[in-house]
Ligand binder design. Structure first.
Ligand code: HEC
Ligand code: HEC
Ligand code: HEC
Length: 435
């Protein structure tokens, strides 16, 4: 008699598939139905006008305008493209227009988005909206931001579709991402730390979302859950965010006052901001009170050092004529750069930043210095530094080998601990659009 029973191996396979399916279903159902923060109710406010003023301030601290405003577009009406390794996202309209914006959102709906990364209809939101940070924000602060957003001019502008590749365009898959990387929860003050330190931690980990850039990301675009600020290359943008910990290549040498000046004005006696950090200062940090800036600086200075990252020596080990390259670099530096940055790299701060001991120049990847030399640039214009001095672009006048030589010189002179740069790295940076 012939057996109708399945082959044992096939049975095992079906069983395994069945279990896997049940697991996926369970994760999805849990993420869908479990709503942390639901029990945290709105706090009644006596003075609605004061709440809105506070809300605007907090929205500045969260840098909402930067992402939710397209270049030349109406404020907060969305439409800015946000490139990621998974495709482009387009920020939505968060003005109070009832049809195309968030005019129909209640304070509860808004809290759900900030705290738990869910849309008004319950959809999982993409973490390009930095809710893994905003979840640290208190209900009171979330309500204040919402109250302010309701008071801005409504703009009728329909949201554009994201253009993400398969499978990243499947929102429901975010259930798995959330299970792995998202830990909702309001910031818990450390009872053993000063109120100032707690305030700094609250702003950095929450609204400031500093680790969205100042940490490396894994293959699924997640930063570490513990929110370290060890630095990393920002994918797609191709700028390197330096470590903000108190290690040698981080903030060890910085005084809190210089750190505060950098955040408030864009320039300092240790360096100037550029690239994406210039926007953070222009749109967000310059508006914070001196107390909040001091709190952020104090918190950053308190971060324990992290193990030294090694400069990308893979490239430089292939360089044979080290002395020749540095000789060329020194000549080019003397001729083109010393006038502003000083023969000894001390610069003339705050107008012309020092390159000696400048963490942003010594990062494992040389992109920052390479792109500055290619394209030049200006620190942001801020209330504290309204007419910044600029740096001319050298890309049009120097060959890849020359840029590589002068950057190699800057990264390794005066005690700087960066690595040498290959001309091919410069060539790559030439193809990155200047923003
Ligand atoms: C780094 C860029 C970025 C920043 C900063 C940012 N957002 Fe967003 N935000 C996005 C993106 C992208 C989406 C769309 C997410 C999606 O479609 O899943 C979004 C979605 C939202 C939504 C959901 C809107 C809807 O129609 O579903 C709200 C509400 C929101 N953001 C509010 C804010 C507020 C308030 C701040 C500041 C505290 C802020 N965002 C800061 C990028 C950003
Ligand atoms: C959009 C990405 C982004 C965000 C968000 C961001 N940064 Fe940065 N930051 C950078 C990049 C890129 C640099 C390197 C360029 C430079 O030095 O200006 C940088 C540089 C810095 C520097 C100078 C470091 C050095 O060694 O010279 C400090 C300090 C800093 N950031 C603090 C912060 C703080 C505090 C926050 C949060 C409130 C923050 N950043 C948020 C991208 C970002
Ligand atoms: C006319 C003055 C001037 C000259 C000449 C000049 N720079 Fe700069 N440089 C600046 C200014 C101003 C900044 C700040 C720009 C910013 O923050 O966007 C800067 C920033 C930089 C930075 C980023 C460091 C930081 O903290 O902002 C590097 C690296 C750099 N310059 C390298 C060079 C090199 C190499 C040369 C020669 C090839 C050069 N510069 C020539 C004025 C100059």
């Amino acid at each position: 008699m012939k057996s109708t029973r399945l082959h044992p191996a096939l049975r095992m396979l079906l069983l395994a598939l069945g279990l896997l399916f049940a697991l996926v279903l369970a994760i999805f159902a849990w993420q869908l139905l479990h709503e942390p923060g639901r029990d945290i109710q709105a706090v009644p406010v006596a003075d609605a006008a004061a709440q809105r003023v506070r809300g605007e301030y907090l929205a500045r601290a969260g840098d909402c305008m930067a992402c939710h405003t397209a270049r030349g577009g109406a404020a907060l009406a969305g439409g800015r493209s946000i490139p990621t390794p998974f495709g482009n996202l387009v920020s939505p309209n968060i003005t109070p227009d009832p049809e195309t914006g968030i005019g129909k959102w209640s304070a509860d709906d808004f809290w759900r988005a900030m705290h738990n990364g869910r849309g008004r209809d319950g959809r999982f939101l993409y973490p390009a909206f930095p809710y893994p940070n905003y979840t640290r924000v208190t209900r009171e602060d979330s309500d204040a931001i919402h109250a302010w957003l309701r008071s801005v001019a409504p703009v009728r502008q329909a949201n554009a579709e994201h253009s993400l590749r398969f499978p990243y365009n499947q929102r429901w898959l975010l259930a798995g991402w959330r299970a792995l990387y998202f830990r909702p929860g309001v910031f818990q003050a450390d009872a053993s730390a000063t109120p100032q330190l707690n305030r700094g931690a609250y702003l950095v980990q929450g609204l400031g979302h500093c680790n969205a850039c100042h940490a490396s990301r894994n293959l699924l675009g997640a930063t570490t859950v513990s929110g370290e600020l060890t630095g990393g290359l920002i994918p797609m943008l191709n700028w390197y965010s330096p470590s903000l910990t108190s290690s040698a290549e981080g903030m060890q040498q910085w005084h809190s006052a210089d750190l505060a000046a950098l955040m408030k004005t864009g320039v300092s006696s240790r360096g100037a901001v550029f690239g994406p950090m210039a926007e953070v200062v222009r749109e967000s940090l310059q508006y914070l009170t001196d107390e909040d800036i001091a709190a952020i600086a104090g918190y950053i200075k308190s971060l324990p050092p992290t193990p030294q990252l090694h400069a990308d020596l893979a490239g430089s080990s292939r360089i044979r004529d080290r002395a020749g390259i540095l000789r060329l670099g020194a000549t080019l530096y003397e001729k083109n750069c010393a006038e502003c940055h000083g023969a000894d790299g001390h610069g003339k701060p705050p107008g012309f930043p020092p390159l000696r001991g400048n963490g942003s120049v010594m990062t494992p990847s040389a992109v920052n210095a390479v792109r500055m030399v290619l394209n030049g640039g200006y620190p942001p214009s801020t209330a504290g530094n309204p007419r910044p001095f600029g740096m001319p672009p050298y890309g049009p006048f120097m060959t890849d080998a020359e840029v590589a030589a002068v950057v190699s010189y800057v990264r390794t002179s005066w005690g700087n601990g960066g690595g040498l740069v290959l001309p091919s790295e410069v060539a790559k940076s030439r193809t990155v659009p200047v923003e």
